[in-house]
Write a protein that binds this ligand. Structure first.
Ligand SMILES: [Zn+2]
Length: 348
């Protein structure tokens, strides 16, 4: 018989800022954790557990890579992830099986995109007439989210992206049927969208806007009225690529300025902001970037923890990340937890 230890935290619970004594475990008394500031677990809401970068660009990887990635995320205080596209055999299996030794996984399964509109090595294209069957199959295998690629640049068969102009993937009537089907089955739709097509996709009922670099204030209003979410993935969108051209740098700067006008409006419109590492970032880096782009530290911490837990319906308890210093004053401490408790187990 294994005994579950009890951990005790005394200090300031964030993002609420309440002073509290928190016990994690079956007992009333237990071992006191180091750290005076605690967050009840972070959520990586836009994660690709099976997507890595190799010398030849993005690559689809397997179970071993996903488990390594989950281990790294756990050490950083992440207690749940939403995988938004990748190797469906691996991610849906993770979503179907619970394991206290790793973060909880919600998964979308495969990327839903037609031929020539996503990185070819990352997906098997789904023709428009096959889309509904693909949605059914992902849900039957454990997907609670679907990942729609709503727009994308044209991609050559060698994986080269042709130009910076993105174009539509599926027709809107096809997307509408897909969103309706997902909702009828109790699943939700996360849509990759960077163009102004986002307005139509929100109208059709998508639940979370991924990237959303062309959102407008009006879009936020429509999305927020329905209780939708926006994962701006700032690490992915605003980190300069290698050999960045002056034009690309100018586009990146414009994106950054645009996001900075929108983020401060999200709360008033009821849009749930989420943090997502995508392939290049971390939750801590996203919090930092959200604050640089107009959210308060409390709002950014909410996006990365309790806000995401509520939006994604995560009910797990027994998660806590503690810090010696106040992350509201010293956001850099977010990369150095004093202790991490995952599912009642202290892992660092
Ligand atoms: Zn992504």
């Amino acid at each position: 018989m294994t005994t579950v230890p009890t951990w005790v935290f005394e200090g300031t619970v964030l993002p609420s800022g309440d002073t509290a004594r928190v016990t994690l475990g079956p007992g009333e008394i237990g071992e006191l954790l180091p750290g005076r500031y605690g967050v009840p677990g972070f959520v990586d809401s836009h994660c690709h557990l099976t997507m890595g970068y190799t010398e030849t660009g993005p690559a689809m990887l397997g179970e071993e890579f996903a488990n390594e990635r989950l281990g790294e995320l756990a050490e950083a205080g992440v207690s749940a992830v939403r995988d938004v596209g990748g190797n469906r055999d691996v991610t849906l299996k993770l979503a179907r099986t619970e394991d206290d030794n790793r973060p909880f996984v919600l998964a979308a399964g495969r990327f839903l995109a037609p031929s020539g509109r996503y990185f070819p090595q990352m997906y098997t294209p789904v023709a428009p007439e096959e889309l509904l069957a693909a949605v059914e199959a992902e849900i039957a295998d454990g997907a609670t989210w679907l990942k729609l690629v709503g727009d994308f640049p044209e991609v050559g068969p060698d994986g080269s992206i042709r130009g910076s102009q993105v174009g539509p993937t599926y027709d809107l009537d096809v997307i509408e049927a897909m969103v309706d089907l997902a909702h009828a089955r109790g699943a939700r739709v996360a849509a990759h969208v960077t163009s102004d097509r986002v307005t139509d996709l929100i109208r059709l009922g998508i639940d979370s806007v991924e990237h959303g670099t062309s959102l407008t204030e009006e879009d936020l209003e429509t999305l927020g009225a329905r209780g939708g979410a926006w994962t701006p993935t700032l690490s992915a969108g605003l980190t300069p690529g290698p050999n960045e051209t002056p034009e690309a740098a100018a586009r990146r700067k414009a994106r950054s300025e645009h996001v900075a006008t929108l983020l401060p409006l999200t709360e008033q419109y009821g849009v749930r902001v989420l943090t997502g590492s995508d392939v290049v970032g971390t939750v801590a880096a996203e919090i930092d970037l959200l604050v640089q782009h107009g959210l308060s530290v409390e709002q950014a911490l909410t996006a990365a923890s309790t806000g995401a837990q509520e939006f994604l319906g995560l009910t797990g308890t027994g998660n806590l990340v503690t810090y010696e210093a106040d992350p509201r004053e010293h956001p850099d401490v977010l990369t150095q937890p004093a202790a991490v408790v995952l599912n009642h187990r202290r892992i660092s």
